[in-house]
Unconditional design. Sequence first.
Length: 212
Amino acid sequence: MQSARRFNPVGNERLTATTGIVLLVLTLVELATIPLGVHTFMSLHVFIGFVLIPPILLKLAATGWRFARYYSRNESYVLRGPPQVVLRLLAPLLVAVTIVLFASGVAMGLVHGRPLVVARRLHGPASAAWVLLVAVHVLAYLRRAFVSSVEDVAPSARAAVPGASVRTYLVTAAVVVGIAAGVATVPAQHRWIDLPRDHHDGRGAAVRVAKT
């Protein structure tokens, strides 16, 4: 019992769940900009993209901690059991695709010439793969995540698991930092908004970008 309270696997699960719910809401807003016309809503698309980054880093940290504790055979985490087999197999791919997706998205506003072409070619397929992997993740965990999130705000359940205030501060801080990052990009959003729309011809796109 003392070990469980010290390493707090339930608290880790609740932090992961709450962060996941926040990410789901932000992701739905981000995805909504695509059918509405990503170029028309590029400013919102870029803003939400930056808001997503700190919560994603928080979720990766929480799940990475669980991974490290479980495979180092910490008793508290071992007793909670492993993630589902399919999700364990998909997890490294999801992490890799997430890094490619957000790194390429940020790079499109920072680089020029051939690196810009590469970033754009990576961003589209990474987006499709990310949506597919996240959909699998959501289908597997949404109900459990919702229950854990609700428990962390219910007074009786909240008091039963230590660290509720810390978890709230962490999630809130991640969102606030993300909003600050999004606001900070507003003066530079023309770099994303003014990207050429026709990027199928990589050589042509590189020439057009080089001329700007």
